[in-house]
Write a protein that binds this ligand. Structure first.
Ligand code: RIB
Length: 294
């Protein structure tokens, strides 16, 4: 069984600010760092750090060569990462004094996937393999259809939620991992329990994980439902906390750990990630997660 993450690779330009800029306001930042991120890349890093061998598929622009070396370092297979002309995906991220962030995304190379490239990648995978997807790349509806047709198991983090999701056949997804805002937008419901009921009604056989930020997370599958509290830690930068949670969660499922342990491990991993600056570089190793105790 192989694991493929078909997802974004972004260069993150992170500005430290006292507060997130308001409409019409100009503020000075207290510092700028450039680092590697993208929801796709971050989730591959988290899976790799959790001990899951992962192939990453995606596109980088001319200034994205750093991703190849970084993947080597993180233990991510680069066979299906391709360089295309033009700019890499990148973001402008503001992180405030409380560690909260807001992100402006420029798709760049992440929006240049073609059906031919998707076919070229997927021909190397087969029934029983796992595909992990987020929503920062184009051709997502096609990828879902083709992966499903091959018998791959689809794990989907519908983030960030936009119009493209409406074109996706979500009935083909086996595991949904989403936050409360995404759950609200996807279902039109407003509370965690109604979001979950609606998801269950529409996607009966899927496992559903709903993250609630500082309030924790909920797992639901059939008759099995439980809540995992978050850890109250001092957050310096919440960027990639969700990706860390997602990557560790998938790793736990693939290792066939009991779901309560899986959610606890993912929660610990994201609690560690928020205590460090940056996206991919803030994601902890499994050894650190195992030592985490509160
Ligand atoms: O989830 C965090 C990620 O979202 C950042 O690394 C940024 O690239 C955006 O894609």
């Amino acid at each position: 069984m192989k694991v493929l993450n078909f997802g974004s690779l972004n260069i993150d330009y992170t500005y430290r600010v006292n507060h997130i800029v308001k409409e019409g306001e100009t503020i000075s930042s207290n510092g700028l760092t450039m680092s590697l991120g993208g929801k796709g890349f971050n989730q591959s890093v988290a899976m790799a750090r959790a001990g899951i061998p992962v192939y990453h598929a995606g596109l980088v622009g001319e200034e994205g060569l750093e991703f190849y070396d970084a993947c080597e370092t993180f233990g991510i297979k680069t066979d299906y990462i391709k360089t295309v002309t033009g700019k890499c995906g990148h973001t402008v991220i503001q992180v405030d004094d409380k560690g909260q962030n807001c992100i402006v995304l420029f798709g760049g190379a992440n929006q240049k996937n073609s059906k031919e490239f998707v076919d070229e990648v997927l021909k190397n995978f087969e029934t029983g393999d796992i595909i992990v997807l987020q929503n920062e790349i184009n051709e997502l509806p096609y990828i879902i259809d083709q992966a499903f047709a091959k018998g791959m198991t689809i794990v989907f983090n519908p983030s960030p939620l936009n119009e493209q999701i409406a074109e996706c056949d979500l009935g083909k997804v086996s595991v949904f991992i989403m936050n409360e805002t995404e759950g609200q937008q996807l279902t039109g419901m407003t509370t965690p329990s109604t979001i979950i009921s609606n998801m269950e009604a529409n996607f009966t056989n899927a496992k559903i994980v709903l993250t609630l930020g500082k309030k924790g997370s909920i797992y639901h599958h059939g008759d099995d439902e439980f809540y995992q509290a978050a850890f109250d830690v001092n957050a310096v930068d919440t960027t990639a906390a969700g990706d860390t949670f997602t990557g560790y969660l998938i790793a736990g499922i693939l290792k066939k750990m009991p779901m309560r342990q899986v959610l606890l491990m993912a929660t610990k991993a994201s609690a560690l990630a928020v205590q460090k600056e940056g996206a991919a570089k803030s994601i902890p190793f499994m050894s650190e997660v195992e030592l985490f105790n509160m």
